[in-house]
Ligand binder design. Structure first.
Ligand code: NAD
Length: 361
């Protein structure tokens, strides 16, 4: 018996031109080839302070094709950080950019691409998925704005599981759940399609299976490879669809209330899925299959919490007095979601996530 399609057979799907190379060691062995394939001769390598050593090895492998290394990336791409990087790219005469690191480093590469039109190559070292999207983000005066632009979509993505061997377990777990959130919301996105649903299901299965293995043996290259494979698929779902309540809520909690990105996704996801479940039975059915459970919100919360991830918004520093303003802000914006978004409904789910109650719809 074949599995019935989980999405209506009425869709549009666009394939964007991006090349993916996935191989242990690829950061050093494949990046120079990707630079050459794009006809580039002087690329600027960008990274964050903690990722400088890894980025240096990529820069060294590039030899004469490297115009310089700029280790200025910071979380949420502050405008002055973007300005500085653009200045460095122009001063070095770079004809392209290679971003090595997590979502913050790739975000800085995207800021350069957006302003200068330089082609971007991404070498990700977390499971954030930014490398598979045309979404950019920039923070100015404490307010984060995001947009979509094909210029920032990396032309080539080099996935190297070896880069993630040193990703600390707590960050591996929360970054992995961040990836699962992309797949989960893609399953009920208005622009979902059968191919996205297949990628989402396989991505969730791979990531959820890999995380306990990564936590038990962080240096196991095979477990790391499976997690990164899941991150690729989940990131591709993010790039192909429009996200709903979960991503909007995390955006507000991070942008306005300063909560950490991956940890916030981890705490909030089970509560949003419990909230949306009655209006998204097909998405929940796919997630149930992928997670081998009949209670998706509970299973996700146990997966992350059982591996030591935070379970409440209170632990992340949110104050009780922030709940109502956050709910108002999330309800005031417009974005697609399977269930109607009201301030009352969001406040209910935020309160449950703040207290750490069992997620229920
Ligand atoms: P991050 O890039 O900020 O990295 C978190 C920390 O982990 C940093 O200190 C970093 O130096 C360190 N780190 C990264 N890789 C490491 C490794 N392999 N070993 C050891 N340490 C490592 O965090 P993130 O969660 O990857 O990215 C979050 C940012 O990306 C946010 O700003 C978010 O908004 C953005 N994002 C954007 C998109 C998009 O499509 N535009 C998608 C997802 C996330």
């Amino acid at each position: 018996m074949t599995t019935p399609p989980s999405t209506p057979l009425d869709f549009s799907y666009e394939t964007r031109p991006a090349r993916v190379v996935f191989r242990p060691g690829a950061a050093v062995t494949a990046t120079p080839g990707e630079v050459a394939r794009l006809g580039l001769h002087r690329v600027l390598v960008v990274c964050g302070g903690r990722g400088e050593e890894t980025a240096r090895s990529v820069a060294d492998a590039l030899g004469d094709s490297c115009a310089g290394l700029h280790a200025g990336a910071r979380m949420h791409v502050p405008a002055e950080v973007a300005d500085k990087a653009v200045e460095v790219a122009r001063a070095t005469g770079a004809d392209g950019c290679v971003a090595v690191g997590g979502g913050s480093a790739i975000g800085l590469g995207k800021a350069i691409a957006l302003r200068t039109g330089l082609p971007l190559i991404a070498v990700p070292s977390t499971y954030s998925g930014s490398e598979m999207t045309s979404v950019w983000g920039l923070t100015e005066n404490g307010v984060k704005s995001t947009g979509r632009d094909t210029r920032v979509q990396p032309r080539s993505v080099v996935y190297d599981p070896e880069l993630t061997l040193g990703l600390p377990v707590p960050l591996s777990v929360t970054s992995g759940i961040n990836a699962l959130a992309h797949a989960a919301e893609a399953l009920y996105a208005p622009d979902r399609s059968p191919l996205v649903s297949l990628m989402a299901e396989e991505g969730v299965r791979a990531m959820a299976g890999a995380l306990p293995e990564v936590a038990a043996a962080p240096g196991d290259p095979e477990a790391r490879g499976r997690a990164l494979y899941g991150a690729w698929l989940c990131g591709a779902c993010l790039g192909a669809t429009t996200m709903g309540l979960h991503h909007k809520l995390c955006h507000v909690l991070g942008g306005t209330f300063g909560l950490p990105h991956a940890e916030t996704h981890t705490v909030v996801l089970p509560y949003v899925l419990a909230h949306n479940a009655p209006a998204a039975p097909d998405a929940i059915a796919v997630l149930s299959r992928a997670l081998a459970t009949d209670d998706v919100p509970h299973a996700l919360r146990e997966l992350a919490g059982g591996l030591g991830a935070p379970r409440t918004l209170a632990e992340l520093g949110l104050r009780e007095a922030d709940l109502a303003p956050a709910a108002e802000q999330v309800a005031a914006q417009s974005y697609p979601n399977p269930r109607e978004v009201t301030a009352h409904g969001v406040l209910g789910l935020l309160t449950a996530a703040y207290e750490g109650w069992e997620p229920r719809g």
